[in-house]
Design a protein around this ligand. Structure first.
Ligand code: DX5
Ligand code: ZN
Length: 221
């Protein structure tokens, strides 16, 4: 099992002072920055692109930037995000014509590759590519918006994907995204996640350090 990572989703941050928000959440104990990219096509919302990623790097952010692409098509934007300083790039199989090719493309640009499964996406999409992945990201809400409720069937899916990852013997991360809170993170961790995205639970709180500490404590129990 990998070390615990808390990755605040900046989707719920105050975009008018994004640099400061990212600095504050990292100072508060966050491990990664989760960067949600939406195109108003693959998902019904529009957010931020490579220029914002690059701006965060120029601002001095050195923590891993975990880019979650909710865009279609995917391949075109991969080199731009690599150049902009992305550490890992994850994409949805439904948004790529050639999933294996996209994974290789991400890796050829020096980034770690993740595949994202929507709540209704079967786990067997992983069968022939899991060995090439650095991370599997399970969505526990339908992608597009922050602040939705955790879909309970994601727990059984986590258990299944955890078994698949363990069978590879490789250090592949299992990330969960959507509706993660301090009061449900323990059961999510018990189901097999090691990497936790949380947007509204962190950025809507007045004390980021307190929520992140409570999340880490709950996972460590
Ligand atoms: C949804 C995004 C998530 C979202 C999580 O499409 O991928 O990262 O911002 O937000 P919360 O934690 O509020 O569910
Ligand atoms: Zn996300």
């Amino acid at each position: 099992m990998q070390s615990t990572v808390i990755a605040p989703s900046i989707l719920s941050a105050n975009f008018a002072k994004l640099g400061e928000e990212v600095d504050n959440v990292l100072k508060a104990g966050a491990d990664w920055v989760h960067f949600d990219v939406m195109d108003n096509h693959y998902v019904p919302n529009l957010t931020i692109g490579p220029m914002v990623c690059e701006a965060l790097r120029k601002h001095g952010v050195t923590a891993p930037i975990d880019v979650h692409l909710m865009v279609e098509p995917v391949d075109r934007i991969v080199p731009d995000f690599a150049k902009a300083g992305a550490t890992m790039i994850s994409f949805h199989p439904e948004a790529s014509a050639h999933v294996h090719r996209t994974i290789q493309l991400i890796r050829s640009h020096g980034c770690q590759a993740g595949l994202v499964l929507n709540p209704a996406t079967p786990v067997d999409v992983l069968d022939w590519v899991i060995d090439d992945l650095d991370m599997v990201l399970l969505m526990s809400v339908n992608p597009g918006f922050g602040g939705q409720s955790f879909i309970p069937s994601a727990l059984e899916k986590l258990r299944r994907v955890r078994r698949m990852i363990d069978a590879t013997g490789k250090p592949i991360r299992l990330e969960i995204d959507g509706g993660v809170k301090a009061d449900n993170i323990a059961e999510i961790a018990a189901a097999g996640a090691d990497t936790f995205v949380a947007g509204s639970a962190i950025f809507n709180a007045s004390d980021y350090a307190d929520v992140i500490a409570r999340m880490k404590d709950a996972v460590a129990q």
